[in-house]
Design a protein around this ligand. Structure first.
Ligand code: DSN
Length: 428
C-alpha cells in the first residue's frame, strides 16, 4: 500500500530493541492510521507535540492531591505542569474552575455524581439508544444501577431532543442532576433550554461536551458556560488532546468537584496526560484551531449533503456539528455489515443504533461517522463528495458481497490519503 513520505511510521528505537513484537504492533497501527480514512467521530490525530508529552518522564511521578497541596514530595515541576493545564483550560473555555485530573470521560462523569448526588438519587439523562452516553444513567452502567436513572429521548421524525419531555420528566421526577450532551447527537445542544429546566427544578446541570469540546473551544458550537453548573469533557476527541478528561465549573462548585475527583474517586493523577492536556489546550488557544473547528463542521455538513444526494437517510436530516448518523434501513444493509465492509475498504466507522431502532445494539440499523480526523489531515469540503461516493460504493459492495470492489476502494483511499499526512505520524 502506498504511503506518502510524510506519513512514514515513527521509529521507536528503544521499544524495537526491548520488545520487537510490541514495536511491530505499534508500527502496524501507525501504518493503519496513515492509510485509512478514520471517520469515527470520537477519534482524532493528536499533534506530535501532544504525543511527545504523553511519553515523558512525568509518568514516573505520584502526585496525589492538587498543586501546593500534595501527599508526596518532589512536586516542583508537576505542580507547575498541572497549574499550566488548569489555567489554560480556564482561559480556553472561559470557566472559573478546572480540574484536569479525571482519567477519562466515565470517571469524570462519575465524579459529578459523587459531588452532587447520593446513591439512589434520581438523575435525568439522554437514553443511550437516543444518542446519550452510558454514564448518563443508563441501566447497564454503574450510574444506572447506583442511581435512579430517568431517561429522555428525541422526537420521532425530527429526531430532535423533546424538551417538553425533558421538562415534564424534570418536574415530575425532581432529579438531583440533569445531564445533557451525548455520543450520537448530530445537532446543536440547546444548553440554555437545559439550564432553564435545571434551574426550575433545582437540579445541577452537567453538560457533557466530550464530543464537541473542540468545537466549543474553537467557537463552532455554542458554549455551555453561561448555563451549566458543571462541564464534563474528554480531551481526546474534537479537542485533539491525549486520552483524558476535565471537569470545569463555577467557582462555587470547585471544592465539591475537586473533592469528588480526589480523594473521592481517584488516586494519583496521570501527570504525563496532564502535560499533554496542557499542550493540547495551548494548541486550542491558537487562531488556527478556530479554523480547524469550523472546518470540521463545514466538512460534516458537506459530507451530509453528499450522502443525502445519494439517497441516504440521516438521523435528524443532517448535522450541525462533527457527526453524521446514517440510518441504513432503506439500503437493506445492517449497520454492522456496512461497518465491517467499510473497514475492509479502508474507511473506519462504528455501527450504531439510531433512535427507535428496531434492531439490537450489537447489530443495529446505523453507522456513525464524523469529520474530526480527516479535517486534522487537511481534507476540505471539496473532498467530501468523494468520501460520500466511497461510503456509497462500499455499502453497495457490502449488499452484494463484492470483496473486489472493497479492495479497489481501499487502494483509492490510501492513494488519496498519501497526499494528506496525518499529524503525529509525520516524520517532520
Ligand atoms: N466511546 C465514546 C464515543 O465513541 O462516542 C464515548 O464515550
Amino acid at each position: 500500500m502506498s504511503t506518502h513520505p510524510m506519513s512514514q511510521p515513527l521509529s521507536h528505537p528503544a521499544l524495537s530493541v526491548a520488545d520487537p513484537e510490541l514495536a511491530a504492533l505499534v508500527g502496524a497501527e501507525e501504518q493503519l492510521q496513515a492509510d485509512t480514512l478514520r471517520l469515527i467521530p470520537s477519534e482524532n490525530y493528536v499533534s506530535a507535540a501532544v504525543l511527545e508529552a504523553t511519553g515523558t518522564v512525568l509518568q514516573n511521578k505520584y502526585s496525589e492531591g492538587y498543586a501546593g497541596r500534595r501527599y508526596y514530595e518532589g512536586q516542583q515541576n508537576i505542580d507547575l505542569v498541572e497549574t499550566l493545564a488548569v489555567e489554560r483550560a480556564k482561559a480556553v473555555f472561559g470557566v472559573e474552575h478546572a480540574n484536569v485530573q479525571p482519567y477519562s470521560g466515565s470517571p469524570a462523569n462519575l465524579a459529578a455524581y459523587l459531588a452532587f448526588a447520593e446513591p439512589g438519587d434520581t438523575v435525568l439523562g439522554m437514553a443511550l439508544p437516543m444518542g446519550g452516553h452510558l454514564t448518563h444513567g443508563w441501566g447497564v452502567s454503574a450510574t444506572g444501577r447506583w442511581f435512579r436513572g430517568v431517561q429522555y429521548g428525541v422526537r420521532p421524525g425530527s429526531a430532535l431532543i423533546d424538551f417538553d419531555e425533558v421538562r415534564d420528566l424534570a418536574r415530575k421526577e425532581r432529579p438531583k442532576i440533569i445531564f445533557c450532551g451525548g455520543t450520537a447527537v448530530p445537532r446543536t445542544i440547546d444548553f440554555a433550554a437545559f439550564g432553564e429546566i435545571a434551574r426550575e427544578v433545582g437540579a445541577v446541570l452537567v453538560a457533557d461536551i466530550a464530543h464537541i469540546a473542540g468545537l466549543v473551544a474553537g467557537g463552532a458550537h455554542p458554549s455551555p458556560v453561561p448555563h451549566a453548573d458543571v462541564i464534563s469533557t474528554t480531551t481526546h476527541k474534537t479537542l485533539r488532546g491525549p486520552r483524558g478528561a476535565m471537569l470545569m465549573s463555577r467557582a462555587s462548585h470547585a471544592k465539591a468537584v475537586d473533592k469528588a475527583v480526589f480523594p473521592g474517586l481517584q488516586g494519583g493523577p496521570h501527570n504525563h496526560t496532564t502535560a499533554a492536556i496542557a499542550v493540547a489546550l495551548r494548541e486550542a488557544a491558537a487562531p488556527s484551531f478556530r479554523d480547524y473547528a469550523h472546518a470540521v463542521v463545514a466538512n460534516a455538513k458537506a459530507l451530509a449533503e453528499a450522502l443525502l444526494a445519494r439517497g441516504y437517510d440521516l438521523v435528524s436530516g443532517g448535522t450541525d456539528n462533527h457527526l453524521v448518523l446514517i440510518d441504513l434501513t432503506s439500503k437493506d444493509v445492517p449497520g454492522k455489515v456496512a461497518a465491517k465492509a467499510l473497514d475492509r475498504a479502508g474507511i473506519v466507522v462504528n455501527y450504531n443504533t439510531v433512535p427507535f431502532d428496531p434492531r439490537k445494539p450489537f447489530d443495529p440499523s446505523g453507522i456513525r461517522i464524523g469529520t474530526p480526523s480527516l479535517t486534522s489531515r487537511g481534507l476540505g469540503t471539496d473532498r467530501m463528495p468523494l468520501v460520500a461516493e466511497w461510503i456509497d460504493r462500499s455499502v453497495q459492495a457490502a449488499a452484494k458481497g463484492d470483496e473486489d470492489a472493497l479492495a479497489v476502494i481501499r487502494g483509492e483511499v490510501a492513494e488519496l490519503l498519501a497526499g494528506y499526512p496525518a499529524p503525529g505520524l509525520a516524520t517532520d
